[in-house]
Design a protein around this ligand. Structure first.
Ligand code: CTP
Length: 470
C-alpha cells in the first residue's frame, strides 16, 4: 500500500469513529504543514474534541484489532504505530503556563483554543476529518498565506507564545533554517527579548534543535539567527566568541564566526553526516583562546586544534551530547584538521602520509572533506592552488594505502609474540618494542610486513630488555 492510500484508510477510519461517537476530529500540526510543503512526514497528529484516548482505541480497532495503543492518562494522549507511521491523538485543549516551567496547566477546550495555543501559524492549520466537511482546511491564523510567503509568525502575541514555551524560540530558528523561511520581525524581536528564558529548557531539547539546524540544507541560516537573536549565548556561547575581527597595526584576521558558518555550509553540500558537521562547527572553536599577534607573522592561532579538541569534550558534556563514539570522532577531526593542508605545503613524503593515515584511520576521507570545506579564501587563485594540492595529496594517500595498508594498522608483531619469543611477562618493555616497530614502519625503515618486523624485533628487543632490567 502506498503512502497516500494508507493515509486514506486511516483518515476514513477517523471519520467513521467521529460520526459513530459524535466526536469532531482534525488532522493538525506538522503533518498538515508538510502536506502543503510536499515534505515527507512520518508523524500524524490528530486532535479530537473529546477524549483522545478513547478515540485512538476505536480507530485502532477499525484498522487492525491487534494494534497496541499506548496512552498517557495524565496528559490525555494516545499513540500507536500502523504500517511504519506514528499516529498521535490528543483531546483539544486550552493551556496556560507558569513562568518557570514548560509544563502547562491543561483544560479541555475547543478546536479553536487548541489551534491558537500552537507555536507558528504554519503549524496551526487543521484539516477536518468530520464526515460533514471531510478534508476542509481550517486556517484561523493565516497559516497557508504564511506558507506561501515563507514566514514564521506566531498565532498570538509572540511574547506570550515564546514565554509559554521558550523552546519555541529555538524551533523558530530551526524551521527558518530547515525551510529557508524568514522569522517575522515582531517575532524576531520577541525572541531577542526573551532569549534568556532558554535557561529553563533541558540540554537534550536544546541539542536536538541544534542538531536539526546543523542537518538543514544551509545550516548557516540557523546559526546566524542564533547569533543575531542572542540565543547563541544559551546554546553554544563558545561559538559566539569567534565573532568579530581584531585589528592591530592595520592588520586584521578573518571573522572566524562567519568563516566557520561558511565551512559548515560547504560541508553540508558534500555530506549529511551529523558528526562531521559538528566537527566543522567546532574546528576553530579555540581560536579566540589561542590568538596572538607578532610583527613577523601577523595573527596566529597556534595550537587551536589541540585546545579545540579538548573544548569539544566540555561542549559535548554541557549539551549532553553522546560522549562515546561521536565525541571521539569529532575530537579526532578537530585535532587533525590542519594536517592535510600543512602536508601539502612541503614535499609530501610517504612517511608523513603514513602517519596521517595511521592517526586518521577510517576517518581519512571525512578529514579530507573537512579540509576541503575549510578552504574559504576570497582569493580564487589561492583556493584553486589549495584544491589542486589537496587532490595531489589524495592521490598520494591512495597510492601509499594500497601499498602499505596503514589505515587499519594492526601491528604485524603482537605483544604475545614478543612475550613468547623472550619468555617475558606483560610489562612496559613489550609496549616499547611494539612502538619501535610501529615507528619504523611509519618512517619507512621497514615495510608493514611480518618478516621484516620480526627481523627488526630480533635486532632491537635485547637492548630494550637489558635496559629495562638494569
Ligand atoms: N507544538 C507547539 N509548541 C512546541 C512544540 C510543538 O506548538 N514547542 C505544536 C505545533 O503545532 C507542531 C505540533 O505541536 O506542529 C507537533 O509538534 P512536533 O511533532 O514536535 O513538531 P512538528 O511541527 O511536527 O515538526 P518536527 O517533527 O519537525 O519537530
Amino acid at each position: 500500500m502506498n503512502y497516500s492510500a494508507l493515509n486514506q484508510v486511516f483518515f476514513k477510519s477517523c471519520s467513521e469513529v467521529s460520526s459513530e461517537t459524535n466526536t469532531p476530529c482534525y488532522a493538525v500540526g506538522g503533518w498538515v504543514r508538510d502536506l502543503f510543503l510536499e515534505r515527507e512526514c512520518k508523524d500524524i497528529d490528530v486532535v479530537v474534541v473529546g477524549s483522545g484516548i478513547e478515540f485512538a482505541k476505536e480507530v485502532a480497532k477499525k484498522l487492525n484489532p491487534k494494534i497496541k495503543v499506548n496512552y498517557f492518562a495524565n496528559f490525555g494522549t494516545a499513540q500507536f504505530v500502523y504500517d511504519g507511521i506514528d499516529y498521535e491523538f490528543v483531546g483539544a485543549r486550552k493551556e496556560s503556563y507558569q513562568r518557570d516551567s514548560r509544563n502547562p496547566i491543561i483544560e479541555n477546550g475547543t478546536i479553536e483554543d487548541d489551534i491558537a495555543r500552537r507555536d507558528f501559524t504554519i503549524n496551526s492549520l487543521a484539516i477536518s476529518l468530520n464526515a460533514s466537511n471531510f478534508g476542509e482546511l481550517l486556517d484561523l491564523h493565516g497559516g497557508s498565506a504564511d506558507l506561501e510567503k515563507k514566514i514564521l509568525r506566531t498565532p498570538q502575541d509572540p511574547d506570550i507564545t515564546y514565554s509559554d514555551d521558550p523552546l519555541r524560540m529555538l524551533r523558530a530558528v530551526r524551521f527558518a533554517s530547515q525551510l529557508n523561511f524568514k522569522i517575522e520581525e515582531k517575532s524576531f524581536e520577541a525572541i531577542s527579548r526573551n532569549s534568556n528564558r532558554l535557561e529553563i529548557i533541558s540540554k537534550e531539547r536544546i541539542h536536538s534543535e541544534l542538531n536539526k539546524i546543523l542537518l538543514s540544507p544551509k545550516p548557516s541560516i540557523g546559526l546566524d539567527l542564533l547569533y543575531k537573536t542572542g540565543l547563541l549565548d544559551y546554546v553554544l556561547p563558545e561559538l559566539k566568541l569567534l565573532h568579530g575581527v581584531e585589528l592591530y597595526k592595520g592588520k586584521g584576521h578573518k571573522d572566524n564566526f562567519y568563516h566557520t558558518l561558511q565551512v559548515v555550509d560547504n560541508l553540508a553540500e558534500k555530506s549529511d553526516n551529523l558528526w562531521l558537521r559538528w566537527a566543522a562547527l567546532l574546528h576553530d572553536i579555540a581560536k579566540p583562546q589561542t590568538k596572538s599577534f607578532s610583527e613577523e607573522n601577523g595573527w596566529s592561532f597556534h595550537g587551536h586544534e589541540v585546545l579545540g579538541s579538548k573544548m569539544a569534550v566540555s561542549i559535548f558534556k554541557t549539551l549532553k551530547l553522546p560522549l562515546d563514539q561521536p565525541l571521539q570522532y569529532v575530537r579526532k577531526l578537530i585535532f587533525l584538521h590542519l594536517r592535510p593542508i600543512a602536508l601539502t605545503k612541503e614535499e609530501i613524503t610517504d612517511s608523513a602520509v603514513r602517519r596521517l593515515l595511521f592517526e586518521a584511520g577510517d576517518d581519512i576521507d571525512d578529514l579530507l572533506l573537512l579540509c576541503q570545506s575549510d578552504i574559504t579564501s576570497k582569493n580564487e587563485a589561492k583556493v584553486a592552488r589549495y584544491l589542486e594540492n589537496l587532490e595531489k595529496l589524495k592521490l598520494k594517500i591512495k597510492e601509499v594505502e594500497e601499498r602499505d595498508h596503514i589505515k587499519n594498522f594492526q601491528p604485524p608483531i603482537t605483544g604475545e609474540m614478543i612475550m613468547k619469543t623472550y619468555n617475558l611477562k606483560p610489562s612496559r618493555v613489550i609496549g616499547d618494542i611494539k612502538n619501535h616497530i610501529k615507528e619504523a614502519i611509519l618512517d619507512g625503515v621497514i615495510r608493514n610486513d611480518y618478516d621484516e618486523a620480526f627481523a627488526l624485533m630480533l635486532s632491537v628487543a635485547p637492548k630494550y630488555i637489558t635496559d629495562a632490567q638494569s
